[in-house]
Design a protein around this ligand. Structure first.
Ligand code: ATP
Length: 542
């Protein structure tokens, strides 16, 4: 049978000091004086003397039979929070542990649980005290709780999940949070690790990257949705603001065709210099015009019941860490930016300088080919009927009507580039975000941000902005228009930006773009879980 070794001495550390008096050899003296060695001997003595158990006061003899089992919990706290919240039962006045924060001091002790009734703190009864007074008693140093442990602990729902926040949240501005100091502040686009969903209202989460083991409180999906809805209804009705808000979270990829018949017919601008796929003026104009002409919804109710409501449905987007398998098709790189910031200039340079790696998708049109145009190089030329059938079958990432002809980019034409082993680079309007964030295209969205007004003034004096088919114009209002458009885009869509490039110096921006676009193909990235899950369902770790 296994027997525990019995100690020969119970005061080895004392013995080591006696030993010192008789030995004079230097290595032995150093060994006996070393901190580690003394600590080992002291630990040995504690075990040998069996003085490792806390000395509890003797039980009083007149203990009633129905005395509840209590637990003494001793926590040593310095500056870190206790990691627990308390609440008072309004009927009985009893104080309970309301929740224990994942990874906090109380949680790591393993001795305090949600539902434990607190009877005493540091020897003083909490009877009749307000929760704030109890908290004050736990401010620092060694805190001794006497608690009646909860008999049936709640089943903890601790499945780990990562989400991307689609909205901003500041606990200090939320009067409903149980403890603002325990809240996590986050902004749209932040990645949160949800570590506990036991409470249907207040989840526990860590904002990534996080160096702390301790989580904090964030509103659950349901609660955040409710808060957004309340905020929504409390705003005065502004049709345009409502449209912008609606597109803040989810945007419908399908935009009704617009007719721009008022624009005069244009000269064949590209007759001498054929542009690479996707740079056609008509396509760009068509896209820009549609975006700026999107009508506000006919009525508020209709809006709330359709696109806005679906936007409200997802204040968090579940994400997973994804690294592309080299055998999988490459990812689409979608560039987004305010008109005039330089999206097309950068895209053109990227493709022109690395044609073996990057390519644009060939757009589709219902317009007849011109003399200098070649099918499948300049456009996929299709009849109006075929184009309309493609619209009906949801084939387009984006499309619109310009001067009586349809123009668009189909998912198929993007896929063609990707499966041929090239990175497809596309410039998109926010309305196409939803259509490119799909399991097939897995768009990596790069936002092109304007530099400071001062830098713009310095570098864009000869820059021209595309206005209509045959004309460009210099920037107006000292770049105010560009800055305002960029701010709006960031306000509503920054949660979808995987990367941001500030377009200061062209060549430097191009290098940054190249590096981000290639990194997106090989390095792990946070992507919507829905892109990956269908294939991974059977292999998900439990
Ligand atoms: N970093 C830069 N430095 C100097 N000029 C720039 C820079 N980036 C872009 N430009 C110039 O700014 C003008 C607008 O650029 P570009 O056409 O690419 O804008 P855009 O974002 O595609 O907008 P739109 O589609 O409305 O034309 C062009 O004349 C371009 O050469």
């Amino acid at each position: 049978t296994k027997t525990s070794p019995a100690p020969t001495f119970d005061s080895a550390s004392g013995l080591s000091l006696q030993l010192l008096a008789v030995i004079s050899s230097k290595p032995y003296v150093e060994l006996c004086f070393s901190v580690g060695f003394q600590a080992v001997l002291s630990a040995h003595d504690s075990v040998a003397q069996k003085d490792y158990e806390p000395v509890l006061p003797a039980l009083p003899e007149d203990l009633p039979d129905d005395e509840e089992a209590t637990r003494i919990v001793c926590l040593v706290k310095n500056k870190q929070p206790l990691g627990a919240t308390i609440k008072r039962n309004e009927m009985t006045g009893e104080i309970f542990v309301a929740r224990v924060i994942h990874g906090g001091l109380a949680d790591r002790s393993g001795l305090l649980h949600a539902g434990d009734r607190i009877m005493e703190v540091n020897g003083f009864s909490v009877d009749g005290l307000e929760p704030e007074q109890v908290i004050q008693a736990c401010s620092q140093g060694t805190i001794m709780f006497k608690v009646v442990p909860i008999t049936e602990r709640a089943v903890h729902c601790q499945t780990m999940m990562f989400v991307r926040a689609m909205a901003d949240y500041n606990p200090q501005l939320d009067p409903a949070i149980p403890c603002p100091d325990a809240g996590v502040t986050f902004a749209q686009g932040d990645i949160l690790e949800i570590v506990d969903q036991t409470d249907s209202m207040w989840w526990q989460a860590k904002k990534l990257p996080s160096s702390s083991a301790c989580a904090g409180l964030v509103p659950s999906t349901e609660l955040l949705k409710r808060k957004q809805r309340e905020h929504w209804w409390s705003q005065p009705y502004q049709p345009h603001a409502l449209t912008a808000k609606a597109s803040r979270i989810i945007v419908s990829p399908i935009i009704k065709p617009q007719c721009f018949s008022s624009i005069p017919s244009a000269p064949s601008q590209s007759s001498h210099c054929p542009l690479s796929a996707g740079f056609r003026r008509s396509l760009r104009l068509c896209r820009r015009r549609i975006h700026s002409h999107v009508q506000p919804p006919a009525c508020q109710t209709q809006c709330l019941s359709s696109c806005c409501y679906s936007a409200l449905c997802s204040p968090y987007e579940e994400v997973v860490r994804y690294q592309r398998n080299p055998r999988d098709p490459l990812r689409l790189v979608a560039l987004m930016g305010a008109s005039g910031v330089g999206v097309n200039e950068l895209r053109r340079r990227l493709i022109d300088t690395n044609p073996q790696l990057f390519q644009g998708a060939i757009p589709c049109t219902s317009r007849p080919p011109r003399d200098y145009e070649e099918p499948r190089r300049d456009y996929h030329f299709v009849s109006r009927d075929v184009f309309e059938k493609m619209i009906h079958d949801n084939k387009f990432v984006e499309y619109g009507e310009y001067k009586g002809n349809y123009y668009g980019t189909s998912s198929e034409s993007v896929m063609e580039v990707l499966t041929n082993g090239k990175i497809c680079v596309m410039d998109i309007e926010p309305s196409a975000l939803q259509a490119v964030r799909t399991p097939d295209l897995r768009a990596y969205v790069i936002y092109i941000k304007p530099p400071s007004a001062e830098y713009l003034r310095k570098t864009r004096h000869s820059a021209q902005i595309l206005t209509h088919y045959y004309a460009t114009r210099p920037f107006k209002d000292d770049f105010l228009e560009l800055e305002e458009a960029a701010q709006k885009m960031e306000l509503h869509f920054s949660q979808f930006f995987d990367h941001v490039v500030i377009n200061e110096e062209l060549q430097e921006s191009c290098i940054q773009l190249w590096s981000a676009a290639t990194r997106a193909q090989d390095q792990p990235q946070w992507v919507p879980a829905s892109w990956i899950r269908p294939q991974q369902e059977t292999h998900m770790p439990q």
